[in-house]
Design a protein around this ligand. Structure first.
Ligand SMILES: Cc1cc2nc3c(=O)[nH]c(=O)nc-3n(C[C@H](O)[C@H](O)[C@H](O)COP(=O)(O)O)c2cc1C
Length: 182
């Protein structure tokens, strides 16, 4: 089995991290792999915010928690998990709101980065739940702190770091979803 296939098949989401940061050169290469993902019409409508500022990730988590309490009540705030799963850093992929396939393009970049990270021995977790923080009154503050161009919104994040504990068993793949038509 070649290394690319092996990394795709073996990649897992990591939800418990050591505090040590991955080297900046490795992170830059991971982001480069994101930038080389396929995009509709080759338009690359994305923006990558490489967030080493853990306080910003904490603030986004706090706003996610506040939003959960606002819509679902106090109970929703109890034992609220860190939105970035305790990772020491994250890359947030945003995209131009006017681009028709912005969501798919951003997803492609995020998955490329996740596989690249895994191949380099760096754990990651694909995150969408953080978007809740961008639905309330702190949205513009967070967009500014992420350095986003006007008209761009966050789509996905990739938490990055080194796994702190063994990964749970992988879910079985859903069967009967492939049809060979000849
Ligand atoms: C679009 C998308 C959004 C996701 N959002 C979250 C999230 O907010 N939090 C989280 O812990 N995992 C999130 N995940 C990770 C999935 O839960 C994970 O990929 C899935 O359970 C399969 O596990 P694996 O990645 O180890 O194969 C997301 C994955 C995708 C593709």
């Amino acid at each position: 089995m070649n290394e690319t296939v092996k990394n795709i098949l073996e990649r897992r989401s990591v939800r418990s991290y050591m505090s040590v940061l991955p080297p900046e050169d490795d992170v830059a290469l991971i982001v480069e792999c994101g930038r080389f993902a396929a995009t509709a019409l080759g338009r690359q409508p994305w923006f990558f915010s490489v967030v080493y500022d853990r306080a910003l990730l904490d603030d986004i988590t706090a706003e996610c928690k506040a939003a959960a309490i606002r819509s679902e009540g106090e109970q929703a705030g109890l034992n609220f998990p860190d939105t970035f799963r305790g990772a020491p850093m994250a890359v947030i992929v945003s995209a131009d709101d006017t681009e028709r396939f912005a969501e798919a393009d951003s997803a492609n970049a995020t998955q490329n980065m996740a596989v690249a990270a895994w191949s380099m021995g760096i754990g990651s977790c694909y995150i969408a739940s953080f978007r809740r923080a961008f639905e309330g009154e702190r949205a513009q503050e967070f967009k500014t702190r992420l350095g986003l161009p006007l008209g761009f919104s966050p789509r996905f994040a990739l938490a990055l770091g080194y796994a702190a504990s063994p990964l749970p068993p992988r879910k079985e793949r859903v069967e009967d979803r492939v049809e060979i038509i000849k």
